[in-house]
Design a protein around this ligand. Structure first.
Ligand code: NI
Length: 143
């Protein structure tokens, strides 16, 4: 019995420490149940790493001060860009939408992506729509 409590004590102690661990993009995507609802899974300096599932299209918008990286994990993503050709991305490919450029991501079939965005980046940039997901919701249990 004593051994049990001693073990429990150490389990609880180590549970409070941040143990180095790999973040599995595919596993994190399994937690995403709604389309167009990014989930924060990591932070690098002032950038968040997010995962999301997309289907259909979001809304034309721009981020005046921030570039935005889209990396496709599975499926195909078409990013419409104002005044330029669309960019088509397949698995393992990424594109950085430059700051200030109006864009609209379109997924004809479900696409799973990772995103890298500045922590201050608003989901739908300068546009607020019904599908806009507040950052607090994107953060979920990410600390
Ligand atoms: Ni955007």
């Amino acid at each position: 019995m004593l051994l049990f409590f001693v073990s429990l004590f150490f389990v609880l102690q180590t549970g409070n420490m941040t143990e180095p661990h790999a973040t599995d993009i595919a596993a994190e995507l399994e937690h995403v149940t709604q389309h167009w609802t990014p989930r924060v899974v990591g932070r690098v300096n002032d950038q968040y790493v997010k995962v999301a599932k997309l289907l259909g299209e979001l809304v034309w918008h721009a981020h005046e001060e921030e570039d935005e990286l889209f990396l496709v994990v599975s499926g195909r993503l078409r990013i419409q860009l104002e005044g330029a050709d669309d960019v088509e991305l397949g698995p393992g490919q990424f594109y950085v939408v430059p700051k200030g450029v109006r864009h609209n991501p379109v997924a004809d079939e479900e696409v799973q992506i990772a995103l890298i965005e500045t922590v201050t980046t608003a989901h739908t940039g300068d546009v607020e729509v019904a599908g806009t997901v507040p950052l607090a919701q994107q953060l979920g249990d990410f600390a």
